[in-house]
Ligand binder design. Structure first.
Ligand code: FMN
Length: 201
């Protein structure tokens, strides 16, 4: 067992290791290698989760965009503790991240918003994400209304559409191994340094 190949390197920076695995996932996943589960806690203490797309990551953390008035937006406002989970089936790997979320600055969100396709920018205005929709025609009606409103003008970023950054304090790497003797390494921030340990599968 001690000679098993390709064990996770626990003497590395977890953000570099994230990058390495993410680059591999981009090559092997059939779609959305940047899809991640985002778990939040509501004001009445209930957990909830959904998939969002990782749009960038850097030394500050992991960035995604969403509607701040949505169910998740309200949960994030109430409790900044979140968890992310990437599962790359093609690689039989999982990365779990825990951390605290904050809203990114307006300039950065504006820049990203501008880069989105026209339809997605209109959609961000038209969708009252997580609100009850009586009929799909109401959504399409709102799309047409906003198309009219923004005809021949710049589509500004809706004030309720924001970027969020998750600053990680724990990152766990999981790699499938034979006989369910999976390999797990957890990195935890302790006094601003990453400390690693292996975990039983
Ligand atoms: C592959 C995939 C990617 C998604 N990406 C996003 C995203 O980046 N931002 C977002 O707000 N919702 C995204 N969604 C939709 C969310 O999963 C969810 O339905 C929506 O945000 C409403 O969630 P809420 O009611 O908990 O706020 C995505 C869904 C899937 C399946």
């Amino acid at each position: 067992m001690s000679t098993e190949p390709n064990l996770i390197n626990s003497n590395t920076n977890p953000l570099s290791l994230f990058e390495e695995w993410f680059e591999e996932a981009k090559k092997s996943e059939i779609n959305d290698p940047n899809a991640m589960n985002l778990a939040t806690i509501s004001s009445d203490g209930k957990p909830n989760s959904r998939i969002v797309l990782l749009k960038s990551y850097n030394s500050r953390g992991f960035i995604f965009y969403t509607n701040s008035n949505s169910k998740k937006g309200r949960a994030l406002e109430n409790n900044t503790n979140v968890a992310l989970n990437f599962h790359w089936k093609s690689l039989q790997r999982q990365i779990r991240i825990e951390g605290a979320v904050s809203v990114i600055d307006n300039y950065e969100a504006d820049e990203y918003f501008k880069s989105r396709p026209l339809g997605s920018r209109i959609g961000a205005w038209a969708s009252m994400q997580s609100e009850e929709l009586d009929d799909r025609s109401s959504l399409l009606h709102r799309v047409r209304e906003f198309e009219k409103k923004f005809q021949n003008t710049n589509i500004s970023r809706p004030p309720h559409w924001n970027g969020y950054v998750v600053k990680p304090n724990l990152i766990e790497f999981w790699q499938d191994m034979p006989f369910r003797l999976h390999d797990r390494v957890e990195f935890k921030k302790v006094e601003s340094k990453w400390v690693s340990r292996k975990l039983f599968p």
